[in-house]
Design a binder for this molecule. Structure first.
Ligand code: AMP
Length: 283
């Protein structure tokens, strides 16, 4: 596994690979790797000849008062985990390469990025689309591998790539979960033991939604109310939002028909967690 730091070195490597006929998949991460990230690496290797994993804690996607300073960082452990996997390049840019002092250009999607996560975290998606564009320009991959865990991020990045005519294809991997259903997240380490127990309310609220929908419930308001009630059972849980959405536009639906994206964001104590599930509501 080659370690590259400079965007120019990265691009040179990619071009030489492409020249010899290889396809390249990029898996962007902020490190603090868990099995969710590792599943995306395996997915990348299934779809492309070469796999590049980037590791960069992107300051631009953290809002004021968010956890940039405390975000878990363990480079040695990340490298160890990746060295067991089919990774060709670990791309490790440093902040001064990606955001030099005079940096002044932003990439912003202005529709989907304003809703839900974007409403709760202004500027978050602008930071995401800017860094993803820069990574795409440095790596020039054929495939961009993203996790469905961040469903709205996938939609915003897809839209940004389509609008800017960026030719890479987006491939998404399913959400990897703990045995009790909690979605893996680098932020789960912030949870105390007691909070960790309560955090299962997100996936259980989604499971409740699935039960109701497969039982024939057609009114999203009924399902969302039950999800709120499940979250409300936990003493330290504070619901940020819960929604039943069209998975492409992220607009709320008024009837449950076809594929519906149920998503929610919940503070458990000081930790903000998100989760989602696409549920097929038979017409
Ligand atoms: P992050 O390091 O949090 O920026 O995440 C890097 C990538 O891993 C993103 O595409 C995430 O959607 C994805 N990811 C995060 N958690 C999970 C999970 N539990 N299962 C699958 N993919 C995930």
């Amino acid at each position: 596994m080659l370690h590259l730091r400079e965007p120019e070195q990265m691009r040179e490597w990619s071009r030489s690979q492409r020249h010899s006929g290889s396809t390249i998949a990029l898996v962007p991460t902020m490190g603090a790797l868990h099995d969710g990230h590792l599943s995306l690496v395996s997915l990348a290797a299934e779809h492309a000849d070469r796999v590049v994993v980037s590791l960069f804690v992107n300051p631009a996607q953290f809002g004021e008062g968010e956890d940039l300073a405390s975000y878990p960082r363990d480079r040695e452990r990340d490298v160890r985990l990746l060295s067991d996997l089919p990774v060709d390049v670990l791309f490790l840019p440093v902040e001064s390469d990606l955001y030099p002092e005079d940096y002044s250009t932003w990439v912003e999607e202005t529709s989907i990025s304003r809703l839900w996560e974007g409403a709760a975290r202004p500027e978050h998606f602008r930071g995401v689309t800017t860094i993803v564009t820069r990574l795409l320009l440095a790596v020039e991959p054929d495939l961009l591998i993203l996790g469905q865990k961040d469903a709205q991020q996938v939609a915003v990045v897809r839209k940004m790539m389509r609008d800017l005519l960026i030719p890479a294809e987006v491939v998404t991997g399913p959400i990897v979960r703990e045995s009790d259903g909690l979605a893996l997240s680098s932020r789960n380490v912030y949870l105390s033991e007691d909070e960790r127990g309560q955090a299962v309310c997100l996936s259980e609220a989604l499971a409740e939604a699935r039960r109701l929908v497969s039982g024939g419930e057609g009114d999203p308001a009924v399902v969302l109310q039950r999800m709120r009630e499940r979250v409300g059972q936990e003493p330290d849980a504070r619901l940020d939002y819960v929604a039943a959405l069209d998975p492409l536009t992220f607009d709320p639906v008024d009837t449950l028909r076809g594929n519906i994206l149920f998503c929610l964001a919940v503070h458990i104590g000081e930790t903000r967690l998100i989760d989602n599930d696409i549920i097929d509501a038979e017409a």
